[in-house]
Design a protein around this ligand. Structure first.
Ligand code: FES
Length: 247
């Protein structure tokens, strides 16, 4: 396949960025999207031009590092998929593909397609953990958890923190991410003792970081690779009210 990539180039967070066009030949439809970017970078190396900076780690939908906007959608043309899971057969020979970094004030561009998502880390630091005494691992069946609760907590734990929810939201809201992290632990008996503290502190940090408010447009649940639904945000809001009243 022969494709034209229009890719956002930006030297650093304070430089002005722009879209630059690259005509690339020899793309196989079996390549992943990141392999196509590798292919382009190899050509740039051969021409002694600066390579395109983009993030990746696992390349199998687990780590959440590879988020970019492809033709105006977070993680590309498919629902519930990371960028590394997109294959070039999703495009046609001769297509023009526009690739941009995730756009949100709380995710400043570091270079080209790489954004700083450390705002998520700071939200995590405010309560996405349980405080436990050190020592040997407790007996696995010491605290029975029903299958239903275990499944629900596991669904929330599936959030990979990729940031697509923020990037696709017109308000740049981090409510889907934050709610998944809160609900995951607040559902479980091990997370109950710090439940109120967790929801109040993590939502407060979300606001400090400058993320917008959720207006339930639902764009986030379409792009979320883990399929986390808007119900998670409704649940977080209910937990927040309870914590405000009883916390
Ligand atoms: S590189 Fe890990 S999710 Fe895409």
């Amino acid at each position: 396949m022969k494709l034209r990539f229009k890719i956002w180039r930006q030297e650093n967070s304070s430089a002005q960025g722009e879209l630059k066009s690259y005509d690339v030949d020899g793309i196989s439809e079996d390549m992943s999207f990141l392999e196509a970017l590798d292919h382009l970078n190899e050509e740039l190396v051969r021409k002694d031009e600066p390579v395109i900076a983009f993030e990746h780690d696992c390349r199998e939908g687990i780590c959440g590092q590879c988020g970019v906007f492809i033709n105006g959608r977070a993680h590309g043309p498919h629902d519930h998929m990371t960028t590394c899971q997109v294959h070039m057969r999703s495009f046609k020979d001769g297509d023009t593909i526009t690739v941009e970094p995730f756009r949100a004030e709380s995710f400043p561009v570091i270079k080209d397609l790489v954004v700083d998502r450390s705002a998520f880390d700071r939200i995590i630091e405010q309560g996405a953990y349980i405080s436990a005494k050190t020592g040997t691992a407790p007996e696995a069946n010491a605290i029975p958890i029903s299958k239903e609760i275990a499944d629900e907590a596991m669904d929330m734990a599936a959030c990979i923190g990729c940031g697509a929810c923020v990037a696709t939201c017109k308000n740049a809201s981090a409510a889907l991410f934050t709610s998944a992290k809160i609900n995951h632990l607040n559902k479980l008996p091990q997370g109950k003792s710090e439940a109120h503290h967790r929801v109040l502190n993590m939502t407060q940090q979300m606001e400090i970081e400058g993320f917008g408010s959720c207006t339930f447009t639902g764009a986030c649940e379409v792009e979320c690779p883990a399929g986390i639904s808007l119900k998670s945000i409704a649940e977080m809001n209910a937990r927040y009210m309870k914590a405000k009243i009883f916390g």
